[in-house]
Design a protein around this ligand. Structure first.
Ligand code: ASP
Length: 317
């Protein structure tokens, strides 16, 4: 197939503090690179940006290492409630589900809602939709997440968030980070899309709403697309994804928009990260947290940010 535009792809598996053992790092790298390679080949064979984003989110949701779908963190009452959203930059449509339980892939519902007149559904409505779509009931709980919750309960829920990835060695420091997933794609016809899916920050009170199903945490236009991770309240306060995308839409380069937005987030002492693409094919990532688990395909090679622990706030290529 002849490509009008060289496709680009960037994904993340959360942000937080250190990844601890090398074993964890290599395992996370393998997981992210497998998704990048499979989804990038879809883009090369003509998948739209939205289709690629949904497939990437499905694969990351199915990986118990990340805090989305299977392996989602538990809320304060020991239940899993997940949120996911999809934004198609070409149509300018945002859709999502908030605090849904007992489904395997929340991103499937976000995709379904793209063509619905009611595009963001909360808990009860999203459960009704799952029933209408005849999605089988699914338990996303893993042993590691249950142990993490039991330990937090013994400590009286002192952590601000759950661990970035579910690794046994991370349980000793369960507030190591976050593990939401996100995908941003530029397809062969130059269209952009962004998707984000999460189990939330972990140990939160019932009814807390994550940024992941809001334009603050996931946003795309025909100019740029962004998916965020980190403390949802910080992302909402910065309105980070929309802020970066609007800056690009108003004429800043992606690099400038990321630099300025992350400088501001840092000054405001936020704890967050983001991945981004623009329509010209620029790729960028940023963090105020210690680490960002992101990987990308620039058309020639796969790269990742797993060992990027410096003080710079953004990176790009
Ligand atoms: N942003 C997510 C939330 O606050 C958590 C994360 O990124 O891991 O719900």
């Amino acid at each position: 197939m002849e490509l009008q535009v060289q496709p680009k792809l960037i994904i993340h598996g959360g942000a937080g503090s250190s990844l601890h053992g090398k074993g964890g790092l290599e395992a996370v790298r393998r997981s992210l690179h497998t998704v990048i390679e499979e989804v990038y080949s879809l883009l090369l064979s003509g998948a739209t940006a939205s289709e690629a984003v949904v497939q990437g989110c499905l694969m990351l949701e199915d990986n118990p290492r990340f805090n989305a779908g299977t392996g989602s963190v538990l809320q304060s009452d020991g239940q899993i409630r997940m949120s996911a959203s999809l934004m198609d930059g070409a149509s300018g449509r945002f859709s999502g589900v908030i605090n849904i339980s007992r489904v395997k892939n929340p991103i499937d519902l976000a995709q379904f809602l793209q063509s619905s007149p009611d595009r963001v559904l909360s808990d009860f409505g999203s459960a009704e939709l799952a029933r209408e779509m005849q999605i089988p009931s699914y338990n996303a709980l893993t042993d590691l997440r249950l142990q993490e919750w039991i330990q937090e309960r013994q400590d009286n829920f002192k952590s601000t968030m759950a661990g970035v990835v579910a690794e046994p060695e991370l349980l000793e420091t369960s507030n190591a980070g976050r593990g939401t997933i996100g995908v941003v794609a530029l397809d062969a016809s130059g269209k952009l899309a962004a998707g984000t899916s999460t189990g939330g920050k972990g140990f939160e009170r019932i009814g807390r709403v994550s940024d992941s199903a809001m334009p603050a945490g996931n946003y795309a236009t025909s100019n740029a697309g962004v998916s965020c991770t980190g403390i949802g309240e910080d992302i909402i306060d910065e309105c980070l994804a929309a802020r970066i995308v609007v800056r690009v839409t108003d004429g800043m380069s992606l690099k400038e928009a990321m630099q300025r937005s992350f400088r501001e987030a840092n000054e405001n002492k936020r704890d967050l990260g983001a991945i981004a693409l623009d329509a010209s094919g620029a790729i960028a990532w940023g963090k105020t947290s210690e680490i960002l688990l992101a990987a990308y395909h620039d058309g020639e090679k796969v790269g990742d940010t797993l060992e990027w622990t410096g003080n710079e706030l953004i990176g790009y290529c």
